[in-house]
Design a protein around this ligand. Structure first.
Ligand SMILES: NC(=O)C1=CN([C@@H]2O[C@H](COP(=O)(O)OP(=O)(O)OC[C@H]3O[C@@H](n4cnc5c(N)ncnc54)[C@H](O)[C@@H]3O)[C@@H](O)[C@H]2O)C=CC1
Ligand SMILES: O=C(O)[C@@H]1CCC=N1
Length: 268
């Protein structure tokens, strides 16, 4: 399935996907976006050279619709789009928590719906997108969704029952790393380093650690052990992390994110 793609709701993740799609070589003429406010529409036109259209027009013109509005705004958007979405279109929802069954229930019966949980590193082609099909999504539709998101990073298919967990891990995941980086830069300040130098040291350490995780195939425990010299500095830091319950805090944090994803979908 090729043709035009529309990003409906071009906020933070919508724009990240847009940039990723254009960066992956999709022609600006083949990408439509929608925005609620005219100043935002003008910004998107100037910044990315894409056509900004009304939601209804996007639904009529695009073969694939990516819905990237907040879960709370999705019901109203679906009601607005439904009369204009032909049942041969592919509808991809990126809304946390919202089930394909809910989206299907608001559209023409038989419309293929795919649920995708992307993440913002799609902006730099390093996204992680988790894909699940609804009841009318065939292998061809899943392949089509896969092809769109593979252009902006890695993709993984999981049963929809695991999407709330995936949302907690990879959808929200980048935020946890930014939080850690922010805290580690603060530590650099405490240790007397200038902020820009602390930033450089931590960001490059994060990039290096991420590349090691991805490229060596080593388990994170082995990689951490290789940094942790007997009687050295790292083990003192690790002891403090364990004393402060950082591992348990992360487990609880991701569980809370998973629960919120479930809540967002509940009753819808
Ligand atoms: N921000 C992220 O890292 C991720 C977000 N998501 C999901 O993506 C969705 C959007 O999240 P964000 O981008 O963070 O929110 P956001 O608030 O930055 O973007 C939502 C955009 O949708 C627009 N919008 C709302 N109703 C509209 C309508 N009827 N027609 C056209 N545009 C409309 C808003 O004006 C806004 O620009 C949510 O459902 C979220 O669960 C999924 C994965 C990652
Ligand atoms: O915070 C949120 O609800 C969205 C979903 C995953 C990442 N951001």
């Amino acid at each position: 399935m090729s043709g035009k793609i529309a990003v409906i709701g071009t906020g933070r993740i919508g724009e990240a996907l847009l940039v990723g799609l254009l960066g992956a070589g999709r022609a600006p003429d083949d990408v439509l976006v929608t925005a609620r406010r005219e100043d935002r529409a003008a910004e998107l036109r100037t910044r990315h050279g894409v056509r900004v259209v009304e939601n209804a027009e996007a639904a009529k013109l695009a073969d694939t619709l990516i819905l990237a509005v907040k879960p709370q705004d999705l019901p109203a958007l679906l009601d607005e789009l439904a009369p204009h979405v032909a049942a041969d279109r592919l509808v991809i929802s990126a809304a946390a928590g919202i089930t394909t069954a809910f989206v299907e229930s608001r559209l023409t019966p038989g419309t293929p719906v795919v649920r995708v949980m992307p993440n913002t590193p799609a902006l730099v082609d390093q996204g992680m997108s988790v894909i699940s099909g609804g009841s009318h999504a065939s292998e061809r539709h899943l392949d089509a969704a896969d092809a769109v998101f593979a252009g902006v990073g890695r993709t993984l298919r999981l049963p929809e029952s695991q999407q709330d967990a995936a949302t907690a891990l990879s959808g929200s995941g980048p935020a946890y790393f930014y939080f850690l980086v922010e805290a580690m830069i603060d530590a650099g300040i405490l240790l007397g380093l200038p902020r820009d130098k602390a930033h450089e040291l931590i960001v490059q350490s994060a990039v290096g650690a991420a590349a090691m995780l991805r490229d060596t195939g080593e388990h994170p425990v082995a990689l951490r052990e290789a940094v942790t010299s007997p009687g050295g500095t790292t083990i003192n830091a690790i002891r403090e992390l364990e004393n402060h319950g950082v591992r348990a805090a992360l487990i609880a944090a991701l569980e809370a994110a998973r629960d919120r994803s479930r809540e967002l979908g509940a009753g819808r």
